[in-house]
Ligand binder design. Structure first.
Ligand code: CP3
Length: 356
């Protein structure tokens, strides 16, 4: 009879082997934990750096981006480092200007009309855009045993920013394309998909151990539209990257109605929002689908003891012994108390799956 000891009993896990172990559904000691938007305004150390640079400078100066990326790892002890950058930066490859002001991002000009959309052309990336140098510097500083994550926006979410030009409440212009000119929208998605694949490949060459694609706005679509304008393009990115051996985490905000579709993409990990408990997500997608999530980011406004209890409840409810990466259901919000984020991280790290 074969006796399979948990990996942790054989040798201590590194952060990377635990992270990749969770994705491969190998026995591990506890779930790995990291948080979307873990580097950001809730951290006083980030605000210190931000006094000296604009947001775009912080993304474009690899030494600075690396320093900010490492902050949550050094301060809070998360198990993975996501490179500091923004999903909108690669829109510059389409000849657009991306800027960030007090209200958020601004993309100019926002091509909405047929002639402007047909004129969109993708320019190849520099062999090493700044994000690649940031990834290489992070790995040099923290070593090979800590996972570094690259990322990109998913084609539909990038198309939203491209067409709307700003963060839009009702997605007026993109929805107009969805219903009135689906052919033009598909043209945009085609160009963005190629851009995203190339951008992720460069990040992987630079050392990213896994990548996440963010489809923040896909949850605003009806099912028929999701199946045409979100899912196939996610799938193309995922297949291109995973066929070369790197796991892709697919995040959708408003994921609940689309779990089947998310599963259909074949993503190594489905990152779901907080609206459905993970036990129910598992009931829908099966225990063999790896999940990431899904504490409500606003739960972190509660005091640390409440956050700890919520975190433990979530882990108990999840009922898995591997195949789960702890995260929020969306990014850390501004003004989140650092003590509450710390309580979350400490609670996950103290959790033990127990003997298998
Ligand atoms: O997760 C991380 O720590 C890595 C860094 C990261 C940022 N943006 C830095 C950032 C990541 C993964 C993103 C992804 C991103 N950017 C998404 C997808 C995830 C999501 O949150 O839905 C989207 C939609 C964007 C576009 C974007 N960038 C918006 C709408 C805004 C303004 C709103 C806001 O939160 O400020 C940004 C700016 C931005 N990107 C900030 C950070 C830290 C805030 C800049 C600041 O310090 O003022």
């Amino acid at each position: 009879m074969e006796i399979r000891a948990p990996l942790s009993l054989v040798r201590p896990l590194t952060e990377k082997s635990r992270f990749l172990g969770a994705i491969a559904r190998k026995p591990i000691d506890r779930p790995p934990v990291w948080l979307m938007r873990q580097a950001g305004r809730y951290l006083p150390q980030y605000m210190e750096v931000k006094k000296q640079y604009t947001f775009l400078e912080m993304c474009r100066l690899p030494e600075i981006a690396a320093e900010i990326s490492i902050q949550p790892y050094a301060i809070l002890g998360v198990d993975a480092i996501i490179v500091f950058n923004d999903i909108l930066i690669p829109l510059e490859q389409l000849g657009l200007t991306v800027d960030f002001n007090e209200q958020g991002p601004v993309v100019t000009p926002a091509p909405r009309h047929e002639r402007d959309i047909r004129a969109l052309r993708r320019r190849p990336f520099d062999e090493s855009p700044p994000v690649c140098d940031s990834i290489a510097i992070i790995h040099r500083q923290v070593g090979e045993h800590t996972p570094v994550l690259g990322f990109a926006g998913a084609p539909f979410t990038l198309a939203c920013y491209l067409v709307e030009g700003v963060t839009s409440k009702n997605l007026r212009y993109i929805k107009e394309l969805v219903y009135a000119r689906p052919d033009l929208l598909e043209r945009i998605l085609e160009t963005l998909t190629e851009t995203v694949i190339e951008y992720l490949r460069l990040q992987i060459q630079a050392g990213a151990d896994a990548v996440q694609i963010f489809d923040t706005w896909a949850g605003e679509l009806g099912r028929t539209e999701y199946r045409r304008f979100a899912m196939p393009w996610q799938k193309r990115v995922i297949e291109a990257i995973q066929s070369e051996g790197t796991p892709v985490i697919l995040y959708v905000k408003g994921s609940s109605p689309f779990l089947e579709e998310m599963k259909h993409t074949g993503a190594s990990v489905l990152s779901v929002d907080w609206r459905i408990p993970l036990s129910e997500v598992t009931a829908q997608v099966g225990a063999d689908t790896v999940l990431q999530g899904n504490l409500d980011p606003t739960a972190l406004y509660a005091p640390p003891d409440v956050v700890s209890r919520r975190t433990r409840d979530l882990l108990d409810d999840c009922g898995r012994r591997t195949g789960h990466i702890f995260n929020l259901g969306h990014g850390v919000l501004p003004q989140t108390p650092v003590e509450s984020v710390q309580a979350l991280v400490d609670t996950v790290k103290a959790y033990e799956y127990g003997s298998l």
